[in-house]
Design a protein around this ligand. Structure first.
Ligand code: C5P
Length: 221
């Protein structure tokens, strides 16, 4: 396939407090990584970036689902982990979806929609949701302003890009960026949004893991 899904799963998960890297925390009978890989299976070539000390453990989870998947070790930052995954992509890959394992319940349809939009537009494509809270600009405790919410979006993954400009943007990056789209945009790339899904929320805290357990149960019925 000419699409690759690069699942970054090399984070430590300190904020989750599970005592294991976040990718190996469990809910609804499986690890975060297993849920994420199942959700992405079939969308494209899978590359999983795992904690360097847990590559074998990650392989044991990923290979039964997708024997063709490639598992590599990640880096100290998310950006370094993405770079490690990009480095092992096959030559034929034209579109790369960079996806957080921590967004383990992301509907497959969201990955497919992002890949299609990259193919159609040639731009970077990110799933986004409107912001529902009122957002203030603050300086310490002092409220400076109320931000116009209609101009804000909360963004998720997968973030999709045409492969060559993404490789170039990564090769030239000299700073750490908040997300891949910011890195891509800093290199001159155009980024557009598609509609995200509440189910693509990121598992960060123990409360998020409890929510994932509940959502997974709801989906089964
Ligand atoms: O820490 P955070 O939740 O922002 O991480 C988002 C995603 O990036 C997670 O899936 C995590 O495993 C991954 N990550 C990584 N390498 C790092 C840090 C985070 O692959 N060094």
């Amino acid at each position: 396939p000419h699409v690759a899904v690069l699942i970054v799963a090399a984070g430590s998960g300190t904020r989750l407090g599970a005592g294991v890297p976040k990718a190996f925390a469990r809910f609804a009978g499986a690890t975060v990584l297993e849920h994420a890989v199942r959700g992405a299976f079939g969308v494209g070539r899978l590359v999983v970036v795992a904690p360097p000390e847990s590559i074998d453990e990650a392989r044991a989870i990923v290979e039964p689902i997708d024997p063709e998947a490639v598992v590599v070790g990640g880096g100290a930052s998310r950006q370094a982990s993405v770079a490690a995954g990009l480095a092992v992509l096959e030559p034929g890959i034209r579109i790369v979806l960079v996806h957080d394992a921590a967004r383990a319940l992301t509907p497959r349809q969201q990955l497919e929609a992002v890949a299609s939009a990259v193919a159609e537009t040639g731009a970077g494509v990110i799933p986004a949701l409107p912001v529902s809270d009122t957002i203030k600009l603050v300086d310490g405790q002092t409220v400076l302003d109320t931000v116009d919410r209609s101009r804000l979006a909360a963004v998720q993954t997968p973030q999709g890009f045409p492969r060559e400009p993404l490789d170039r943007a990564y090769a030239g990056a000299t700073a750490e960026y908040t997300d891949d789209a910011a890195l891509f945009a800093a290199a001159g790339g155009i980024v557009v949004t598609v509609e995200g899904s509440p189910l693509a929320f990121k598992i960060t805290t123990a409360a998020d893991l409890a929510r994932a357990e509940q959502e997974a149960g709801d989906a089964v019925g």
